[in-house]
Write a protein that binds this ligand. Structure first.
Ligand SMILES: [Zn+2]
Length: 208
């Protein structure tokens, strides 16, 4: 049965990536596209300004989960993700929000999403072959800008991302190459909902 799927748009931001963060080497094509399109971090430093108690945090093009949520994901058999412990630093003014019951900052883990190549159909972009590097790239459709704006404003965003079901192999979290936010299944969502989800924001995606 096809599970419900959602776009993981954003989560609580309690700090930012530090300069010790390292991405897997990137390549810039003559056409200006940086590959891989979705970065893979091999080391993550996150500098906390505060911690408001959320078990899910967002960084630049990345998401992090607390140790207890990581353990629950492993327990629940969430597929197609690996966990990399992040190096946490704290600003000198760091403090845990007074509303939080726990008084120590837990360890957090970067969600290293394994499959970043699920196919989708977008109202916004056309997939074409780059005539310089021969790889796929995307260009705005004639009415793409309109669809993009509607997506941003939330109006019609439901329609903007359709995932090709036959390219999906049961992953609970994955990316489509052209879209920089991960897609999650209902199972992934119910796992994280057992904990504090903070300011988690979801968008709609559907199967085709
Ligand atoms: Zn190219």
């Amino acid at each position: 049965m096809k599970p419900k799927i959602y776009i993981l748009e954003s989560a609580s931001v309690d700090g930012e990536l530090g300069t010790d963060t390292k991405e897997l080497a990137t390549n810039k094509c003559e056409c200006g596209i940086i590959r891989p399109l979705i970065p893979k971090f091999i080391k993550v430093e996150y500098i906390f300004d505060t911690w408001e108690g959320s078990d899910v945090l967002a960084g630049s093009k990345s998401f992090f989960v607390s140790e207890r949520l990581k353990n629950e994901m492993i327990n629940d058999g969430i597929k197609s993700v690996e966990f990399l412990k992040i190096e946490a630093s704290k600003r000198e003014y760091f403090e845990i929000d007074s509303s939080v019951q726990k008084n120590t900052l837990p360890d957090f883990y970067y969600l290293d999403v394994l499959n970043k190549n699920i196919y989708c159909v977008s109202k916004i972009y056309n997939e074409i072959e780059c005539n310089k590097c021969g790889l796929k790239k995307w260009e705005l459709k004639d009415n793409g800008l309109d669809a993009l704006i509607k997506g941003v404003t939330g109006e019609g965003s439901e329609e903007s991302l359709k995932i090709k079901y036959d390219s999906w192999k049961g992953e609970d979290i994955f990316y489509c190459e052209m879209h920089n936010k991960p897609i999650i299944t209902e199972q992934f969502l119910s796992c994280i909902k057992k904990f504090d989800i903070g300011n988690l924001k979801l968008g709609n995606a559907s199967w085709i």
